[in-house]
Structure formats: C-alpha cells, structure tokens
Design a protein around this ligand. Structure first.
Ligand SMILES: [Zn+2]
Length: 62
C-alpha cells in the first residue's frame, strides 16, 4: 500500500506524485490530521481553509 502524501501548497492528500488539486509536485510525507471536503461552496471549514476543490486534505503539513 502506497503511503499517502500531502501537498505542501494546498494540503490535498494524494497517493500519486503530483497533487490532484493544484498540480504541485511539492508533496510531504510528514503531515497530520485529515479533513474531507465534499461541498466546498457551502462549507465553512472549506472557506476558512481557503479550499475550493472537494477532496481529502491534511490539517497540518510540515
Ligand atoms: Zn496541491
């Protein structure tokens, strides 16, 4: 099973080598916490975190 990586730019979690949300290749294996955004338009959390694409995100990426 591939280790999940989190994008350093938008915090999206991916198992690939490229972020599916912002296409960045700056991914980190050192992250913690997850949040799943289903409806970014009506989510207070998504707007607080400035997330516009429904996806699974890390809360903290280092
Ligand atoms: Zn990203």
């Amino acid at each position: 099973m591939a280790k999940e990586l989190a994008c350093k730019k938008c915090k999206a979690i991916t198992i690939g080598k490229v972020c599916p949300v912002c296409k960045s290749t700056e991914l980190s294996s050192d992250w913690s916490g997850t949040i799943v955004i289903f409806d970014s338009k009506n989510s207070l959390v998504a707007s607080t975190l400035q997330i516009s694409t429904p996806h699974k995100y890390a809360l903290k990426v280092t």
